[in-house]
Design a protein around this ligand. Structure first.
Ligand code: MN
Length: 225
């Protein structure tokens, strides 16, 4: 390898229950994947095709660390989500084969500068500054493959439940998402998919304690500072 002008930035690594860590490649996020959340944002669910946005791997904040309130926003929102971790390469994979490339699952928070996202939507500009910023992808330790459809996803803020749904409420299933994404990108080991949030998104402020769970997976936790 040739010399580099500065040391390469380390790849974020997510802890995994019972085994070595999971180095993060890309982070794909699914938009409007629960009908009741789409409705609260003023949209109907589009069953024609899922849509996506992305976050940099360097937006990862490991669960358990504090999240500094980010700059240039007065409306930081929580979005509690199931994270799907990809463990094998997938290009044009069928729905029937899609689960074979799943490494495991975890709890995640798609933190959003809602005011910047809303301004971007209004002007038909990209969402990046609203979605892809420092510490905006908070990820809990992963669990290698499990049966997930019956599980409840839930987020408490300061001990009060703000979001709660069944994973089976997702508009697009995990195999559908993976199959579709694999027609747009060659999925690689290390890629994460944040699969959308149920209704109940809302603002958090400094001092708030977020605690998100899916079944008995490791919780995603942070305090806004
Ligand atoms: Mn989201």
């Amino acid at each position: 390898m040739t010399d580099t002008v500065f040391p390469p930035r380390p790849t974020p690594v997510i802890p995994v229950e019972g085994t070595a860590g999971f180095p993060v490649g890309r982070i794909f996020c699914v938009g409007r994947n629960y009908a009741d959340h789409a409705a609260e944002m003023g949209h109907e669910v589009d069953r024609e095709a899922p849509f996506y946005f992305t976050k940099s791997a360097h937006a990862v904040l490991l669960s358990g660390q504090d999240m500094p309130y980010p700059p240039r926003t007065a409306d930081l929102h929580h979005e509690m989500e199931l994270v799907v971790a990809i463990g094998a390469t997938a290009k044009d994979i069928s729905e029937a084969d899609a689960m074979n490339v799943v490494f495991g699952y975890g709890c995640g928070l798609d933190m959003t500068r809602r005011d910047l996202q809303a301004a971007a939507k209004e002007k038909r500009r990209p969402w990046d500054t609203g979605k892809d910023f420092d510490n905006a992808a908070i990820i809990a330790p992963l669990r290698p493959t499990a049966d997930i459809d019956h599980l409840t996803i839930k987020l408490d803020v300061n001990g009060k439940t703000r979001q709660q749904a069944k994973l089976s409420d997702m508009v697009w299933s995990i195999p559908e998402i993976i199959a579709d994404l694999s027609t747009l990108y060659t999925l690689q080991p290390g890629d994460l998919i944040m699969t959308g949030t149920p209704a109940g998104v809302g603002a958090v402020v400094k001092g708030d304690v977020l605690h998100g769970t899916i079944g008995d997976f490791a919780a995603v936790e942070t305090t806004i500072i």
